[in-house]
Write a protein that binds this ligand. Structure first.
Ligand SMILES: Nc1ncnc2c1ncn2[C@@H]1O[C@H](COP(=O)(O)OP(=O)(O)OP(=O)(O)O)[C@@H](O)[C@H]1O
Length: 278
């Protein structure tokens, strides 16, 4: 087995701009990174840096203008919709907003069974799997007959995670999966992601603007700015000894519990900004 489950090379993504005089808007300017089986690669950067676009490109939702995306040794960036469907069991997604990502008119059982039905899993087997999935994400089995609106944001995100796990994927693109949740719920859902990884060996491409979250989750981290990766490597190394001034700013902006230290970091950050690095 290749040590690269996902391999992105020199990826360029452009969005069309209305009007024939306008050239397309280039969002990713030749991005390269890889994800190994069972690891978490964090993608961090300010709003608009292109993190979501990169995740969408992996999912086939934003077409690549140039470059390649290889999954398990197979080029996937130009796949047709039909061929994409065969990958659905391998690559899944958890979106940011648990309030809009679940169909409000379906019961939890229907939501979790849908991907299994598409895979022609027999009804009895599907029902047993739904129970197991709920158990895996810490929800009671009587959740099956209820609707999404009967659950809190954190519980809904657990349901979204259960749905992503239904087909036993090897890679999940997590796009800001905790940023709509309050802090204590965030911590519990992050722990759940880690527990699931320890148990199943799934890999995550984990998108967040929050360096504290990325640091908690990632084995390796890519720091994005203006559609480029400005720093990439082992998470401990990047966060302990950042090379790029932008990474240093992100680190200084991340909250710390000690108010004196927080004040000192704010001053350091202002110094960096004055030096013209922002
Ligand atoms: N469908 C689209 N059509 C045109 N431009 C888009 C589209 N989607 C995103 N963009 C633009 O691409 C750039 C990158 O957006 P993207 O959502 O990938 O960034 P991001 O880092 O995920 O930001 P955020 O953290 O705010 O979600 C932004 O300037 C955005 O306006």
């Amino acid at each position: 087995m290749s040590d690269r489950l996902l391999d992105i090379r020199d990826l360029v993504v452009e969005y069309p701009v209305k009007g024939f005089r306008h050239s397309p808007f280039r969002v990713l300017h030749g991005v390269s990174l890889d994800v190994r089986p069972g690891e978490t690669v964090g993608l961090v950067g300010e709003s608009g840096s292109g993190k979501t676009t990169l995740g969408r490109a992996v999912l086939g939702l934003s077409p690549a203008t140039a470059g390649s995306i290889t999954y398990d040794g197979r080029e996937i960036s130009g796949l047709s919709r039909r061929d994409r469907r065969t990958l659905a069991g391998e690559i899944q997604v958890v979106f940011q907003d648990p309030y809009t990502s679940l169909n409000p008119s379906l019961t939890i059982e229907q939501i979790l069974t849908e991907p299994l039905v598409v895979r022609q899993v027999k009804p009895e087997e599907a029902s047993a799997r739904v129970r197991r999935l709920l158990d895996q994400v810490g929800l009671p089995s009587d959740a099956r007959s209820r609707l999404p609106r009967e659950f809190s944001g954190g519980q809904r995100q657990r349901i979204a995670i259960a749905r992503a796990l239904a087909l036993e994927p090897r890679l999940i693109v997590c796009d800001e999966p905790v940023s709509a949740l309050d802090l204590s719920t965030q911590a519990r859902v992050l722990d759940l992601f880690r527990e699931i990884q320890d148990r199943t060996g799934v890999a995550y491409l984990f998108v967040s603007h929050d360096l504290t979250v990325i640091r908690h989750m990632s084995h390796r981290v890519a720091v994005m700015r203006h559609g480029e990766i400005v720093e990439w490597g082992d998470c401990d190394q990047v966060t302990a000894r950042p090379n790029h001034p932008y990474t240093r700013q992100l680190l200084l902006a991340a909250p710390v519990p000690d108010p004196d230290r927080q004040q000192q970091r704010r001053a350091e950050r202002q110094e960096l900004q004055k030096a013209g690095t922002e």
